[in-house]
Design a protein around this ligand. Structure first.
Ligand code: UT7
Length: 332
């Protein structure tokens, strides 16, 4: 029997219209365009406005574009996985809500929470389903980070943005698609980056609301230190495992948390900056949406057979890298 690989066959995305600039943030907290650009590399980010709108609304738009671009009917999808840390509700899963909004019925769907590494975890899971018989799997990263951001805290509110992006994963007998994956987690890091309340350990109360414990809490320097070393380590490790020299890598697609972390990863890999997808300046950190959003933006430049390394680091801690060969030329 021939080996089945799982290949990305299309990309869709959704970006909310509202642009929150560094200038506007400077009127809300004691910060500046200069500080944010030098320390993080973000100029602006998108914010989802509108009463009653959640991650699923953006996720559904990204999936609709994906289905349109790939010529897929909703009834052809046999699994949808949503990576998110900003689900519409703790339950039911946002994946089921996205399916409903897109008109996908009676299929398997579930959410994955691996924070900023969520897309890599979901893509790896999708690949395994595809290798065991699923034909069309949708992986969508959808984040309304503005819903868990404290806009009085300058250390976090400049970092995050809202967005969604989705990919279609299908089987192939060609030597393309997801070829290797390294995924890691270490719960010892959980105290450095978390939402302190609203879960079973500390359910919502007047006190948790007053203390703003339903927002992102981050010890930036501790996370930075671990992100720089771990993201670079797994990226170099996946290159070595697959005998990839820097010249063999067509693209590095890093999670977009901080331009300095991206630069450090590329440097350790020996990959030139012209081969690194970077859009943090326009969208900030959109957690599980950053990597598919890059693939969506660069899609027209990608060629079948391009060696691509995806890399991420996030809360948990979770981190990982994926080695894939791109599956199609957009012009075909
Ligand atoms: O995606 C999930 C994983 N997350 C990450 O990978 C994020 C990792 N961490 C980082 O990217 C960086 O640590 C941050 C961007 C969050 C912070 O940058 P930093 O260079 O580590 O700054 P810092 O926390 O060491 O703060 C330096 C100074 C402090 O002032 P003092 O104590 O030196 O007077 C902060 O209060 O910068 C101050 N500061 C700000 N100043 C202006 C912190 N935030 C701001 C701000 N504007 N927005």
């Amino acid at each position: 029997m021939k080996k089945i690989n799982a290949v990305i066959t299309g990309v869709g995305a959704y970006l909310p219209e509202y642009v929150l600039t560094n200038e506007e943030l400077s009127t809300m907290v004691d910060t500046s365009d200069e500080w944010i650009m030098t320390r993080v590399g973000i100029k602006e980010r998108r914010i989802l406005k509108g009463e009653g709108k959640g991650a699923s609304d953006m996720g559904a738009e990204a999936v609709k574009e994906l289905l349109r671009k790939t010529g897929t009917k909703p009834e052809e999808v046999d699994l949808l996985i949503c990576a998110t840390v900003t689900p519409d509700h703790i339950f039911p899963g946002t994946s089921a809500i996205i399916c409903d909004k897109v008109g996908i019925r009676n299929i398997q769907s579930f959410d994955i929470n691996a924070a900023c590494s969520g897309f890599l975890y979901a893509l790896d899971t999708a690949s395994k389903f595809v290798q065991t018989g699923h034909k069309k799997v949708v992986v969508v990263g959808a984040e309304k980070m503005s819903s868990i951001t404290d806009y009085t805290d300058r250390t976090t509110c400049v970092l995050f943005g809202d967005a969604s992006a989705a990919v279609m994963v299908e089987p192939t007998e060609e030597e393309i698609g997801v070829l290797d994956t390294i995924l890691r987690s270490d719960g010892m890091g959980r105290s450095h980056l978390q939402m302190k309340a609203g879960g079973s350990v500390k359910p919502a109360s007047h006190e948790t609301i007053d203390n703003k414990e339903h927002c992102v809490y981050q010890e930036g320097q501790a996370v930075f230190k671990h992100a720089v070393s771990n993201m670079a380590d797994v990226s170099v490790e996946i290159m070595e495992k697959n005998n990839l020299a820097a010249d063999d890598v067509a693209w590095l697609v890093p999670h977009q948390a901080n331009l300095r972390i991206i630069d450090a990863t590329a440097r350790r890999m020996g990959v030139g900056k012209e081969k690194v997808m970077i859009n943090i300046e326009k969208y900030g950190n959109t957690t599980s949406a950053t990597i598919p959003l890059c693939l969506w933006e660069w899609e027209k430049q990608l060629k079948k057979g391009d060696n691509i390394v995806l890399a991420a680091f996030g809360a948990g801690f979770t981190w990982g890298s994926v080695y894939l060969k791109w599956g199609y030329d957009t012009n075909q």
